[in-house]
Design a protein around this ligand. Structure first.
Ligand code: ATP
Length: 889
């Protein structure tokens, strides 16, 4: 093994055969890719199929069944034992397949959020999929990146990484390039950046020394099988509930056994009855149905461009009460066009749309000459700029920040040639844009002078300005008021305003933030439009109808933020914006109060988002919060749903988030909330369906034994009902589409119980109907002199049919079933048809008759069954209507 950290950079690049100034050539990279394979850890070996299958068997309920089956077999009842083992096997198989599918789908989604890397190849910087990296690639790291492979650093500009995932170190680690002693331990190798760690600040360049499984992280992930957890708060709660239920039911089963035996029944018959009671009453389909419902929800959200990274988010999303969203790029298009320039005391209007440089700059409706303050403003915008315009046929595209690209377009409209200017006036140094400082500065040599250009938020730059330029480019005294008036006019019109300024460095001085706090010369203001996204207005309206408040949290100016918020319907005409500075002066209690009533937060620093989230949560809100930068990560973690941007977001933000939007669009959050509500609804629907089914089965046996009458359904028949209906009927509710009008309901209060009073009443009603119907028809048959087998067949069929009808009731919890759309969930029909076919087999096929002791029944019997089923169907519908007005949905 190589000790890269103990080698000098030149030794490393020599050994690994790469020119650090140019990177690898494309052919060399392709060849190395062949040799080393793609840069992604191969899937961990995972647990064996057998081990995963055994997991399905080692569950309390299954163990009860296995013991019962073994005892039955020992008693020589081969058919019964066979059926019990059959049930266990089929149940385990269904669970195994479904959970496997859900796990695979989740794992695939996690991979869907791909990491990109900036790489030097053949002398050019390129962005490529991190999987294409090979040893020898020279990688450029920037704040917010995830380190794509193990790198030996060649340069570090205040580079700090977060290595908690690898070494457990929670504080940022400062990186250097100095060669270290060979025995330096992993956590202290400051000249290495390891795959999977995160760049928290600064910049760096490193040469790739290991990729894929050869990286330190790759080696570790080979050791731990990283199956995504399928548990969520609700599944955990239900699992606990099921455990407790199991104990109660086992006790009841014990009582049944004892009472029956004391009554003089045979111990064997009573043992089987106790087992049937246990099996019937425990909702064993619940965990699998929950997993499937959640997995379907995740897939539906992915189709609507929201990638769920943490499964519990699917549940929480549905209960969201507040969405805090960025403005730029999420609520707006982030497609900037400069509309106005204010320089030398004059207002200029820029024509044209988008990034095509067709249009011009006018003053008082006449083409303006690009000179004096106007020219200096445009020049500053060109030099203090990292974006590029790319022409593709008739279409213009941009690389980099849209705000900066818009400045290039405006300069071109004013007759400047940005590409040439940037090439000729070489950049010596820069201070990159940072959302906290809200400006960016560059230092260029211009005609022998060292000139610094700054662009950023007006409030940050103006206090540092001592002079300005007039229309001819001569320095003049600064009239603060006129600048502020001009800026206010622009922001009120919804324009995003950038201020530009410059200063000179004395020989030998290097660029530092300290130079930008005084002695700047103000050049001008540039106002650009960034139109609201077309779907955002509708999405905001939908959120409001759904009782969800939308709050805009932006780094932009309060005037601009308010104007856009009004266009989007987030703020009303007289609303105020709260600024970051005001926010900083509030204590927690005041903040809680103010946060509840304010919809627009402007000039907010990323760190303040965390306080806001906490304040809203303290008010009892369930908060979804968007973010894209490194500094947003704490707020994303704290929020109930942290939402990161897939296109414009940093890897650090994505890593911290619960959900990633692949289109960065606000409307996608609204869509995800809608799906989240649908998932929750479907879970409740399944529970509402399954509990009476289990309750009914348990009650039938319990009642028969306690009353000392013949069992209307044999234990074996209970097993049959239980297994077939859970799979063919209940599971189909997972495929229910979200109900119409789901976004017109208020959000579910976080403390609300899973089942409200109405649903509990319905569960009791249906359980009693099943009990009464089964016993009633069974006794009726016997009183008419029919055989026991026939009476039991009728009872079993009745049970299944009522459950089938009830399945249709459960397609909507509060609305009539005929309003659900007859065919928008074909699976309920498929399941019901299959169930009916199985019941016909159960009733008429000799093989089934032999196993289950069933017998053929006649048309009149079926008529009784169907009539009772319809009666139940209608009764539940009447029950739905009988609800307090306030709960009507
Ligand atoms: P949001 O927070 O809603 O995404 P935003 O993009 O306006 O909105 P920031 O990126 O934090 O928020 O920008 C805050 C301010 O910093 C802007 O209003 C602008 O004045 C300034 N600014 C933005 N981009 C640049 C840049 N590339 N160079 C210099 N200053 C910038």
């Amino acid at each position: 093994m190589q000790h890269w950290h103990a080698m000098a950079p030149s030794q490393v690049t020599e050994q690994i055969a790469v020119d650090p100034a140019a990177g690898l050539s494309e052919t060399e990279a392709a060849e190395r890719l062949q040799r080393h394979g793609p840069n992604r850890p191969s899937a961990p070996p995972g647990r064996s199929v057998l081990a995963r299958f055994m997991d399905q068997l080692i569950q309390p309920l299954v163990l009860v069944l296995l013991i019962a089956g073994t005892v039955t077999a020992l008693l020589g009842e081969w058919i019964d034992a066979g059926v019990i083992f059959g049930v266990v096997l089929i149940n385990a198989l269904v669970g195994f397949i479904q959970e496997g599918k859900a796990e695979a789908a989740l794992a695939a989604l996690t991979r869907a959020v791909a990491t990109e890397a900036t790489v030097l190849r053949a002398g050019n910087r390129r962005r490529l999929d991190a999987a294409e990296l090979v040893p020898g690639d020279v990688v450029v790291l920037a704040s917010g990146d995830k380190v794509p492979a193990d790198l030996r650093l060649l340069s570090s500009k205040e580079l700090q990484t977060g290595e908690a995932a690898l070494t457990g170190e929670s504080l940022p680690v400062q990186k250097t390039v100095a060669t270290l002693a060979q025995e330096t331990v992993l956590a202290e190798r400051a000249n290495m950046a390891y795959a999977g760690t995160l760049v928290l600040s600064g910049q760096g360049i490193g040469v790739t020394v290991a990729t894929g499984n050869a990286t330190e992280t790759g080696r570790i992930s080979q050791l731990i099988a990283a199956a995504p957890s399928l548990m969520t708060p609700m599944t955990r709660k239900l699992a606990d509930f099921a455990q407790r239920l199991l104990i109660i039911i086992l006790l009841l089963a014990g009582v049944t056994f004892v009472v029956g035996v004391l009554r003089g029944e045979s111990a064997f018959a009573m043992f089987m009855a106790a087992v049937a009671l246990a099996v019937g009453a425990i909702p064993e389909g619940l965990p699998a149905a929950m997993t499937v419902t959640l997995a379907i929800g995740v897939a539906r959200m992915a189709r609507r461009r929201a990638i769920i990274r943490k499964l519990p988010a699917v549940e929480t999303l549905g209960g969201t009460t507040v969405i805090c969203s960025d403005k730029t790029g999420t609520l707006t298009e982030n497609a900037m066009t400069v509309r106005e320039i204010w320089a030398g005391g004059e207002r200029f209007v820029v024509s044209g749309q988008g990034y095509a440089p067709s249009g011009d700059i006018r003053r008082d409706d006449l083409p303006a000459e690009t000179s004096g303050a106007l020219r200096e403003t445009l020049l500053a915008g060109v030099l203090c700029n990292d974006a590029r315009l790319v022409r593709e046929g008739h279409h213009w595209d941009i690389v980099g920040d849209p705000t900066e690209a818009a400045l290039l377009v405006a300069a071109q409209k004013g007759g400047l040639d940005p590409a040439t200017l940037q090439r000729v006036l070489t950049r010596e140094d820069e201070l990159p844009f940072d959302a906290n400082r809200q400006y960016m500065a560059t230092f260029n040599q211009i005609e022998g002078a060292a000139i610094v250009h700054v662009k950023g938020a007006l409030e940050r730059l103006l206090p540092a300005c001592r002079a300005t330029l007039d229309r001819h480019g001569r320095e003049r005294q600064l009239d603060l008021e006129s600048v502020q008036d001009a800026a206010a006019r622009m922001t009120e019109a919804g324009l995003r305003v950038l201020a530009l300024a410059r200063s000179a460095l004395s020989p030998g001085q290097t660029l530092a933030h300290d130079h930008l706090t005084h002695d700047l010369v103000f050049l001008g203001l540039i106002g650009m439009i960034d139109p609201p996204r077309p779907h955002a207005v509708a999405a905001v309206r939908t959120c409001h109808a759904a009782g969800i408040r939308v709050k805009m949290i932006t780094g932009d100016h309060p005037g601009t933020a308010l104007a856009i918020a009004r266009q989007l319907g987030i703020a009303h005409d007289h609303a105020r914006a709260l600024t970051g500075r005001e926010l900083a002066e509030l204590d927690e209690a005041e903040l809680g109060r103010v946060a509840a009533d304010t919809d627009v937060f402007a000039r907010v620093e990323p760190e303040q988002k965390l306080r806001l989230v906490k304040a809203l949560q303290a008010n009892g809100e369930v908060v979804a919060m968007t973010g894209d930068g490194v500094n947003d990560a704490p707020a994303l973690k704290q929020a109930d749903i942290g939402v990161a941007m897939g296109l414009g977001g940093t890897d650090v933000a994505k890593e911290a988030a619960d959900m990633v939007l692949t289109d960065d669009n606000f409307a996608t959050i609204e869509a995800a909330v809608e799906e989240g509500r649908g998932v929750y609804d479907n879970l409740v629907k399944f529970i509402t369906w399954t509990i009476p089914t289990n309750g009914g089965e348990g009650l039938v046996i319990l009642a028969a034994i306690l009353a000392g009458t013949t069992l209307p359904i044999t234990p074996l028949q209970i097993l049959w009902i239980n297994m077939t209906t859970a799979i063919l009927l209940g599971m189909m509710l997972a495929f229910e589409p979200t109900e119409r009008g789901i976004m017109q309901r208020p959000p579910r209060p976080p403390t609300a119980p899973l089942l409200d009073r109405m649903l509990l009443r319905r569960i009791v009603l249906v359980s009693l109907l099943l009990l009464a119907g089964t016993f009633g028809l069974f006794e009726l048959m016997l009183s008419q002199g029919r055989t026991l087998a026939e009476a039991r067949t009728v009872a079993t069929n009745l049970f299944v049919l009522v459950e089938t009808f009830y399945l249709f009731n459960c397609r909507s919890l509060y609305r009539p079933f005929w309003r659900c759309g007859w065919f928008n969930n074909p699976w309920v029909w498929v399941g019901s048809a299959a169930m009916l076919a199985l019941q016909l087999a159960f009733t008429y096929l000799p093989a089934f008759q032999q196993v289950f002791h069933s017998a053929a029944i006649n048309a009149q019997d079926w008529l009784h069954i169907v009539l009772f089923g319809l009666f139940c169907l209608l009764l539940v519908e009447i029950d739905k209507r009988w609800q307090p007005k306030s709960a009507a949905r």
